[in-house]
Design a protein around this ligand. Structure first.
Ligand SMILES: [Zn+2]
Length: 187
């Protein structure tokens, strides 16, 4: 049994052994769930666990597979889950195991790095779709924010916007990204 004392601000220090057991460290989010009991005299309990910060994989729509092609999704490593905050390093590692060559380069004076995928296993058609999805995430993360209102993107010049749109293949992706820079989108 481990104990911690609550401060007047409602804070506790989670004992080291408990942090290790939960596999949590600074910056992690914890989930608190009420444990309901219908027995009389039971003291209220709350279950604490590490929160799963990962979202549904945007590339395979959480399926872990590219069903049409019968291939596993290398972006989420067949898990269907995607860590929006930390996806690049795991992607490079997974790419190696799945036979996908991933490169990221800063081309010319583009605002956003260019992601390139090559593979002998995954078809060109599929790679282009995946590339567009990931490139959109890179654009979201790298496009400069407005100085006066950081919740909006800086409005790019036509030249800059064209460069950004050229990173994408599908018309659908291009029109979505174009919408982001109309200045009305809150990030
Ligand atoms: Zn996936």
């Amino acid at each position: 049994m481990h104990k911690a004392t609550l401060t007047s601000k409602g804070q506790i220090t989670i004992p080291k052994e408990v942090r290790e057991f939960l596999d949590v460290s600074a910056g992690d989010t914890l989930d608190f769930n009420f444990v309901f009991s219908f027995k009389e005299n039971d003291i209220p309990k709350v279950e604490i666990k590490k929160a799963d910060d990962r979202i549904k994989c945007p590339v395979c729509d959480g399926k872990g597979m590219f069903k049409k092609y019968g291939l596993r999704c290398f972006v989420c490593d067949y898990s269907g889950r995607f860590n929006r905050e930390q996806w690049l390093a795991p992607l490079f590692l997974a790419g190696r195991r799945y036979g996908v060559d991933i490169s990221m380069i800063n081309e010319g004076n583009n605002l956003v790095p260019t992601l390139k995928l090559r593979s002998k296993i995954y078809t060109e058609e599929l790679l282009i779709q995946v590339q567009d999805q990931l490139q959109m995430i890179l654009i979201e993360d790298h496009a400069p924010r407005s100085i006066s209102d950081p919740s909006k993107y800086m409005i790019p010049s036509d030249y800059e916007l064209n460069n950004l749109l050229e990173l994408l293949h599908s018309e659908e992706a291009k029109s979505v990204v174009k919408g982001w820079f109309r200045g009305d989108r809150t990030i």
